[in-house]
Design a protein around this ligand. Structure first.
Ligand SMILES: [Zn+2]
Ligand SMILES: [Zn+2]
Length: 389
């Protein structure tokens, strides 16, 4: 059975909601209109709605049955990206420099669709927490929700997430136990040399040369220091130095990011980077300072919840082949990881078809996925919290 018939009947309404959100993108922790829209829809459905968790987050609770069932949380993200939309779709962003290029407009709508179906049918026994989080894109809205008491105020035994994925056919899914997305840390390195005339380098300490050696030496963490079976990316993404042809600058600033699945390996990175930065700098007579920002943890799916979700996804896909059970984990990062650290659960990718990639200025969420995703959420609840045990 692919999508639920009753949800297929919502298609037109969900498309209108999704396109409204697409036209009105808001950045992390500024989702004022978006969270109002979400909370109003949930109130119209008769759910108990809490506004303002983690600033602009919204949580709605739906209880059905005898009150002895379990509780689960379903999570969607609501924020857009600071990106100028390109392309000519009729519902393109009306706000210059902001767009829903990651499909969070669709994620929000799919979860609203499930809330509508489940509140109408109530064919489950237990509690569902519908979690609409702010600020997934780099600002840690998921972590802030937990700090502000998400699972204390809205108890849930398990937590589930979903992200659309370009390149997978609509109606198909990909999911696996263990790591789905990497942890992401960022770092900054300030190299203090001594400026001089470019024609007289012996009178100074050239931080450009020091920085170049540091960039190269950092590559050896992945290639020489870690077990080759592990995955690690260390990328220097910014190298700021100098302003003239004939001046060796005083300082250089490097910035970059680390992506890794293994949390023990992640713990070793600040020390290893510091050793390299200090060692290379002292070799050349410079002083350097490392600032290491620990970011999102890795997104790790729990085994039994993931096996369960794979079965739900197969049902929605209509075949065993419609669910890829061995997707290559992404080195991207996702702050649903904070929720998975608190509760066992599963994060699944749902096919967005042949669209532009995530974070691309021509990306658009595929409206055909709305009923698929809402059906997945709804079936997950009906099967995880069954009415007749
Ligand atoms: Zn994104
Ligand atoms: Zn996203």
């Amino acid at each position: 059975m692919p999508i639920i018939n009753r949800i297929a009947d919502y298609q037109e309404e969900l498309t209108v909601w999704r396109r409204y959100l697409h036209q009105n993108p808001e950045l992390g922790f500024e989702e004022f209109k978006t969270s109002d829209f979400v909370a109003n829809k949930l109130e119209d459905m008769g759910l108990s709605v809490h506004r303002g968790l983690a600033g602009t987050g919204v949580v709605a609770t739906l209880v059905s049955g005898d009150g002895n069932g379990g509780s689960i949380a379903l999570r969607a993200d609501m924020d857009a990206l600071p990106l100028q939309e390109k392309g000519s779709i009729a519902h393109r962003s009306e706000t210059p420099g902001k767009m829903h290029a990651c499909g969070h407009d669709g994620h929000t709508t799919m979860l609203l669709g499930a809330a509508k179906y489940l509140s109408e049918t109530q064919n489950f026994n237990g509690t569902v927490q519908f979690v609409f989080q702010p600020a997934e894109e780099g600002k840690g809205g998921g972590e802030k929700m937990i700090e502000d008491g998400l699972f204390k105020l809205f108890p849930a035994d398990e937590v589930y997430g979903m992200h659309n994925m370009p390149g997978i056919r609509v109606g198909e899914f990909a999911v696996a136990p263990g790591p789905m997305m990497a942890a992401r840390d960022n770092f900054e390195i300030l190299i203090q040399g001594r400026g001089s005339h470019a024609a007289m380098p012996h009178q100074g300490v050239d931080p450009v040369v020091v920085g170049s050696h540091i960039v190269l030496a950092l590559q050896t963490i992945t290639s020489r220091n870690i077990n080759p079976q592990e995955s690690l990316v260390v990328s220097v993404t910014q190298f700021h130095a100098g302003e003239a042809f004939n001046i060796i600058p005083d300082t250089v600033t490097l910035k970059g990011t680390c992506r890794v699945f293994n949390s023990e390996l992640q713990e070793t990175l600040p020390d290893r980077i510091r050793q390299i930065v200090d060692g290379v700098s002292s070799t050349f007579g410079a002083n350097s300072e490392l600032t290491y920002h620990k970011g999102y943890p890795a997104t790790i799916n729990a085994v039994s919840q993931t096996n369960f979700c794979a079965d739900v996804a197969k049902e929605i896909a209509g075949s065993e082949d419609g669910v890829d059970l061995k997707p290559t984990p992404s080195m991207g990062a996702e702050d649903f990881s904070y929720m998975l650290q608190e509760r066992p659960g599963c994060y699944i990718w749902a096919g967005n078809g042949d669209s532009a990639g995530l974070h691309h200025p021509e990306y658009d969420f595929n409206d055909q996925l709305l009923a698929v995703g809402a059906s997945y959420w709804s079936r997950l609840v009906e099967q995880r919290l069954p009415r007749n045990m």
